[in-house]
Design a protein around this ligand. Structure first.
Ligand code: SF4
Length: 261
Protein backbone atom coordinates (compact mmCIF):
# COMPACT_ATOMS: atom_id res chain seq x y z
CA UNK A 1 0.00 0.00 0.00
CA UNK A 2 1.24 3.47 -0.89
CA UNK A 3 0.37 6.29 1.48
CA UNK A 4 0.06 9.97 0.75
CA UNK A 5 2.83 11.61 2.73
CA UNK A 6 2.43 15.26 3.71
CA UNK A 7 5.72 17.02 3.02
CA UNK A 8 6.85 19.86 5.29
CA UNK A 9 6.23 22.45 2.55
CA UNK A 10 2.54 21.54 2.72
CA UNK A 11 2.53 22.44 6.41
CA UNK A 12 4.21 25.74 5.67
CA UNK A 13 1.76 26.56 2.92
CA UNK A 14 -1.24 25.91 5.13
CA UNK A 15 0.19 28.04 7.92
CA UNK A 16 0.59 25.03 10.18
CA UNK A 17 4.35 25.48 10.34
CA UNK A 18 4.73 27.07 13.77
CA UNK A 19 7.64 25.95 15.90
CA UNK A 20 7.17 24.66 19.42
CA UNK A 21 8.57 26.77 22.27
CA UNK A 22 10.50 25.29 25.17
CA UNK A 23 8.35 26.65 27.97
CA UNK A 24 9.08 25.51 31.56
CA UNK A 25 5.82 23.51 31.38
CA UNK A 26 6.93 21.67 28.27
CA UNK A 27 10.37 20.91 29.71
CA UNK A 28 8.77 19.61 32.90
CA UNK A 29 6.43 17.41 30.87
CA UNK A 30 9.32 16.00 28.82
CA UNK A 31 11.36 15.26 31.95
CA UNK A 32 8.43 13.47 33.55
CA UNK A 33 7.62 11.47 30.43
CA UNK A 34 11.25 10.57 29.80
CA UNK A 35 11.53 9.22 33.32
CA UNK A 36 8.29 7.28 32.96
CA UNK A 37 9.31 5.78 29.61
CA UNK A 38 12.77 4.82 30.82
CA UNK A 39 11.80 1.14 31.02
CA UNK A 40 9.18 1.18 28.24
CA UNK A 41 9.46 -0.89 25.07
CA UNK A 42 10.31 1.06 21.88
CA UNK A 43 6.79 0.52 20.51
CA UNK A 44 5.32 2.14 23.65
CA UNK A 45 7.65 5.11 23.26
CA UNK A 46 6.71 5.52 19.60
CA UNK A 47 3.01 5.22 20.49
CA UNK A 48 3.41 7.99 23.08
CA UNK A 49 5.15 10.18 20.49
CA UNK A 50 2.44 9.60 17.89
CA UNK A 51 -0.37 10.30 20.36
CA UNK A 52 1.33 13.40 21.77
CA UNK A 53 2.49 14.99 18.50
CA UNK A 54 0.34 13.48 15.73
CA UNK A 55 1.26 14.89 12.32
CA UNK A 56 3.77 17.22 14.03
CA UNK A 57 6.00 14.20 14.56
CA UNK A 58 8.67 13.36 12.03
CA UNK A 59 11.60 11.02 11.75
CA UNK A 60 14.99 11.25 10.07
CA UNK A 61 16.69 8.05 9.04
CA UNK A 62 19.93 7.01 7.35
CA UNK A 63 18.59 3.44 7.07
CA UNK A 64 20.90 2.16 9.76
CA UNK A 65 19.86 -0.92 11.68
CA UNK A 66 18.12 1.26 14.25
CA UNK A 67 16.25 3.35 11.70
CA UNK A 68 14.96 0.25 9.93
CA UNK A 69 13.91 -1.16 13.31
CA UNK A 70 11.91 1.97 14.16
CA UNK A 71 10.32 1.98 10.69
CA UNK A 72 9.23 -1.64 11.19
CA UNK A 73 7.49 -0.60 14.43
CA UNK A 74 6.10 2.62 13.00
CA UNK A 75 4.48 0.59 10.22
CA UNK A 76 2.06 -0.84 12.79
CA UNK A 77 1.56 2.34 14.79
CA UNK A 78 1.46 5.30 12.37
CA UNK A 79 2.74 4.50 8.86
CA UNK A 80 1.55 7.91 7.62
CA UNK A 81 4.27 9.67 9.67
CA UNK A 82 6.48 11.90 7.54
CA UNK A 83 9.92 10.24 7.43
CA UNK A 84 12.87 11.68 5.54
CA UNK A 85 16.43 10.82 4.66
CA UNK A 86 19.31 13.27 4.25
CA UNK A 87 20.21 12.33 0.71
CA UNK A 88 23.63 14.00 0.59
CA UNK A 89 24.46 12.66 -2.85
CA UNK A 90 27.22 10.59 -1.28
CA UNK A 91 25.13 7.68 0.00
CA UNK A 92 25.92 4.08 -0.86
CA UNK A 93 23.68 2.49 -3.48
CA UNK A 94 22.92 -0.23 -0.91
CA UNK A 95 21.49 2.45 1.38
CA UNK A 96 19.19 3.79 -1.33
CA UNK A 97 18.10 0.25 -2.17
CA UNK A 98 17.22 -0.29 1.49
CA UNK A 99 14.86 2.67 1.23
CA UNK A 100 12.98 0.91 -1.58
CA UNK A 101 12.88 -2.42 0.26
CA UNK A 102 11.37 -0.68 3.30
CA UNK A 103 8.78 0.98 1.04
CA UNK A 104 7.88 -2.37 -0.52
CA UNK A 105 7.49 -4.14 2.78
CA UNK A 106 5.86 -1.46 4.94
CA UNK A 107 4.38 1.05 2.49
CA UNK A 108 6.44 3.80 4.13
CA UNK A 109 7.87 6.00 1.38
CA UNK A 110 10.84 7.70 3.02
CA UNK A 111 11.34 11.11 1.40
CA UNK A 112 14.86 11.60 0.00
CA UNK A 113 15.69 15.23 0.76
CA UNK A 114 18.44 16.62 -1.44
CA UNK A 115 20.80 19.58 -0.89
CA UNK A 116 20.36 22.64 -3.08
CA UNK A 117 23.52 21.85 -5.06
CA UNK A 118 24.16 18.50 -6.70
CA UNK A 119 27.49 16.81 -5.93
CA UNK A 120 29.14 18.04 -9.19
CA UNK A 121 27.88 21.59 -8.56
CA UNK A 122 29.04 21.51 -4.95
CA UNK A 123 32.47 20.13 -5.74
CA UNK A 124 32.92 22.63 -8.57
CA UNK A 125 32.05 25.46 -6.18
CA UNK A 126 34.67 24.32 -3.67
CA UNK A 127 37.35 23.27 -6.11
CA UNK A 128 37.02 19.59 -5.17
CA UNK A 129 35.33 17.37 -2.61
CA UNK A 130 34.85 19.30 0.63
CA UNK A 131 34.63 16.09 2.64
CA UNK A 132 38.40 15.81 2.22
CA UNK A 133 39.27 19.28 3.45
CA UNK A 134 36.36 20.48 5.57
CA UNK A 135 34.01 17.63 6.50
CA UNK A 136 32.23 19.74 9.12
CA UNK A 137 31.20 22.26 6.48
CA UNK A 138 30.21 19.44 4.13
CA UNK A 139 28.03 17.83 6.82
CA UNK A 140 26.52 21.22 7.60
CA UNK A 141 25.65 21.95 3.98
CA UNK A 142 24.53 18.47 3.02
CA UNK A 143 22.96 17.16 6.25
CA UNK A 144 22.19 19.75 8.92
CA UNK A 145 20.48 22.16 6.51
CA UNK A 146 18.34 19.28 5.24
CA UNK A 147 17.28 18.34 8.74
CA UNK A 148 16.04 21.89 9.25
CA UNK A 149 14.10 21.62 5.99
CA UNK A 150 12.68 18.16 6.75
CA UNK A 151 11.58 19.18 10.21
CA UNK A 152 10.05 22.51 9.16
CA UNK A 153 6.69 22.93 10.86
CA UNK A 154 7.20 19.85 13.02
CA UNK A 155 7.34 19.77 16.80
CA UNK A 156 9.18 16.51 17.42
CA UNK A 157 11.59 14.17 15.69
CA UNK A 158 12.52 10.58 16.29
CA UNK A 159 15.99 9.23 15.89
CA UNK A 160 17.56 5.80 16.23
CA UNK A 161 20.44 6.68 18.54
CA UNK A 162 21.37 4.19 21.26
CA UNK A 163 23.14 5.01 24.50
CA UNK A 164 25.77 2.34 24.09
CA UNK A 165 26.98 3.71 20.74
CA UNK A 166 29.35 6.29 22.26
CA UNK A 167 30.19 8.13 25.46
CA UNK A 168 28.30 11.20 24.22
CA UNK A 169 25.22 9.23 23.26
CA UNK A 170 25.24 7.53 26.68
CA UNK A 171 23.64 10.73 28.00
CA UNK A 172 20.74 10.70 25.52
CA UNK A 173 17.33 10.95 27.17
CA UNK A 174 14.38 8.92 25.87
CA UNK A 175 12.54 12.22 25.39
CA UNK A 176 14.21 15.63 25.61
CA UNK A 177 14.34 19.09 24.16
CA UNK A 178 16.77 19.42 21.28
CA UNK A 179 18.00 23.00 21.58
CA UNK A 180 19.87 22.92 18.31
CA UNK A 181 16.81 22.18 16.19
CA UNK A 182 14.16 23.50 18.60
CA UNK A 183 12.29 20.24 18.52
CA UNK A 184 11.37 17.56 20.99
CA UNK A 185 13.66 14.62 20.30
CA UNK A 186 12.55 11.07 20.94
CA UNK A 187 14.97 8.16 20.98
CA UNK A 188 12.87 4.98 21.27
CA UNK A 189 15.93 2.70 21.10
CA UNK A 190 18.07 4.61 23.60
CA UNK A 191 18.08 1.65 25.96
CA UNK A 192 18.53 -1.09 23.38
CA UNK A 193 21.84 -2.77 22.67
CA UNK A 194 23.20 -3.70 19.27
CA UNK A 195 22.16 -7.28 20.06
CA UNK A 196 18.59 -6.22 20.84
CA UNK A 197 18.40 -4.51 17.45
CA UNK A 198 19.78 -7.52 15.56
CA UNK A 199 17.36 -9.83 17.41
CA UNK A 200 14.41 -7.66 16.40
CA UNK A 201 15.57 -7.55 12.78
CA UNK A 202 16.05 -11.30 12.59
CA UNK A 203 12.79 -12.14 14.33
CA UNK A 204 10.72 -9.79 12.18
CA UNK A 205 12.60 -10.14 8.92
CA UNK A 206 13.18 -6.39 8.75
CA UNK A 207 14.94 -5.24 5.53
CA UNK A 208 18.36 -3.79 6.35
CA UNK A 209 21.43 -2.45 4.58
CA UNK A 210 23.54 -5.43 3.36
CA UNK A 211 26.72 -3.47 4.18
CA UNK A 212 26.12 -4.52 7.78
CA UNK A 213 26.94 -8.06 6.65
CA UNK A 214 30.19 -6.86 5.10
CA UNK A 215 32.06 -5.52 8.11
CA UNK A 216 30.34 -2.15 8.40
CA UNK A 217 28.97 -1.36 11.85
CA UNK A 218 27.72 2.15 11.06
CA UNK A 219 26.91 3.45 7.59
CA UNK A 220 26.94 7.06 6.46
CA UNK A 221 28.24 8.65 3.26
CA UNK A 222 30.64 6.44 1.29
CA UNK A 223 33.63 8.83 1.35
CA UNK A 224 33.51 9.02 5.14
CA UNK A 225 32.67 5.43 6.04
CA UNK A 226 34.80 2.31 6.13
CA UNK A 227 34.29 -1.23 7.37
CA UNK A 228 35.76 -1.92 10.80
CA UNK A 229 38.41 -4.53 11.42
CA UNK A 230 38.14 -7.37 13.85
CA UNK A 231 39.05 -6.19 17.31
CA UNK A 232 37.73 -2.65 16.79
CA UNK A 233 35.12 -2.40 19.49
CA UNK A 234 33.86 1.13 18.78
CA UNK A 235 30.76 0.73 16.63
CA UNK A 236 31.39 4.11 15.01
CA UNK A 237 35.12 3.58 14.39
CA UNK A 238 34.47 3.43 10.65
CA UNK A 239 32.96 6.93 10.48
CA UNK A 240 35.32 9.80 9.53
CA UNK A 241 38.11 7.41 10.44
CA UNK A 242 41.43 9.11 11.22
CA UNK A 243 40.03 12.65 11.19
CA UNK A 244 39.06 13.02 14.85
CA UNK A 245 35.49 13.81 13.78
CA UNK A 246 32.92 11.50 15.39
CA UNK A 247 29.51 13.02 14.68
CA UNK A 248 27.97 14.89 11.76
CA UNK A 249 26.35 17.39 14.13
CA UNK A 250 22.81 16.02 14.05
CA UNK A 251 23.00 14.46 17.49
CA UNK A 252 24.38 17.04 19.89
CA UNK A 253 23.45 15.38 23.13
CA UNK A 254 25.02 18.20 25.13
CA UNK A 255 22.47 20.51 23.54
CA UNK A 256 19.54 18.55 24.91
CA UNK A 257 17.78 18.95 28.19
CA UNK A 258 14.54 18.19 29.91
CA UNK A 259 15.71 14.63 30.15
CA UNK A 260 14.98 13.90 33.76
CA UNK A 261 17.89 11.45 33.87
FE1 SF4 B 1 30.08 15.21 3.48
FE2 SF4 B 1 31.21 13.06 4.62
FE3 SF4 B 1 29.49 14.61 6.00
FE4 SF4 B 1 28.64 13.04 4.02
S1 SF4 B 1 29.54 12.37 6.00
S2 SF4 B 1 28.01 15.13 4.38
S3 SF4 B 1 30.35 13.21 2.54
S4 SF4 B 1 31.53 15.17 5.22
Amino acid sequence: PQLKIARPEDAEQTGAGKQLTATPELLAELAEVSQRLETAAPSEIITWAVERFGDKLTMATAFGLEGCTILSLLADIAPQTYVFNLDTGYQFQQTLDTRDRIADKYGIEVDLLKPELSVPEYEALHGGPLYKTNPNQCCFDRKIKLLHRGAAGKHAWMSGIRRDQSADRAQAPIVGWDKKFELVKISPLANWTNKDVWNHIAKNDVPYNPLFDQGYTSVGCWPCTRAVSEGETDERAGRWSGTGKVECGLHSIAEQDGSGI
